[in-house]
Design a protein around this ligand. Structure first.
Ligand SMILES: [Mg+2]
Length: 229
């Protein structure tokens, strides 16, 4: 069996677009379509771990004529070019049987690609995505902060995408020999725990929202080290 990650589109892959009346909607034109930070890189990484990737999206703007089919195809072509998902499934009819929170789009893909539900994930920013994933017995991940999540069915994981970038320097005297601890220092002090010196941020400079999240023992922190010479 295969493992897969199913992604909602709007608010997950691309930001929503604010209209003149204040409404937040999907992009209706390729000119309004942008990728959220880290999305393209994330898709590339996911592929390396042998996950199928699917985009499963409601597109009501298509049915009511806010977006033309031609513009929608432009966006799909762009996603195929940059993200290379195995399939993009969509439903534009709000009353359609495949419209999320229906899990029919998920079920079609699970069957066709022989997907192992226990090892697979549904990623979305709305209750409709989480409920659809739950109905298909997938692991569910709520991302983004587009609206408060109010539903009895809770996601397995909640990811608030807060990113901090810290720049610093290495040194020939750094040993990286401490078995457990790493310390990023603004100072030039070097010891077995020191990861880098002369950093541009201390703990006090980090986003307070990140600190709040890290106070929860269930929060997972992903740290990436990039070394430039
Ligand atoms: Mg969405």
């Amino acid at each position: 069996m295969n493992q897969a990650i199913f992604f909602d589109k709007d608010g997950v892959i691309n930001p929503l677009v604010e209209r003149e009346n204040g409404d937040m909607t999907s992009p209706w034109h390729i000119k309004e379509f942008k990728y959220l930070p880290n999305v393209i890189e994330s898709f590339q990484n996911i592929k390396k771990y042998n996950y199928f990737t699917f985009i499963v999206t409601n597109q009501p703007s298509l049915a009511i004529g806010e977006m033309s089919l031609e513009n929608w195809y432009d966006m799909m072509n762009d996603m195929h070019a940059w993200l290379r998902p195995n399939r993009i499934s969509y439903e534009s009819d709000r009353n359609g049987v495949r419209y999320k929170p229906s899990n029919l789009m998920l079920e079609e893909l699970i069957e066709e690609f022989n997907i192992d539900r226990n090892k697979s994930f549904m990623v979305g920013d709305r209750w409709r995505d989480i409920v659809a994933g739950h109905r298909s017995s997938l692991n569910t991940i709520l991302v983004g902060n587009t609206e408060p999540y109010i539903h009895d069915i809770k996601p397995h994981h909640v990811v608030k995408d807060i990113k901090e970038e810290i720049l610093g320097y290495g040194h020939p005297l750094l040993t990286f020999s401490h078995p457990r601890d790493i310390v990023i220092r603004k100072s030039k002090y070097k010891c077995a725990r020191t990861l880098m010196i002369g950093a541009n941020k201390s703990a006090n400079d980090l986003d307070r929202k990140l600190i709040k999240l890290l106070q929860n023992p269930k929060t997972q922190l992903n740290m990436k080290l990039i070394v430039n010479d």
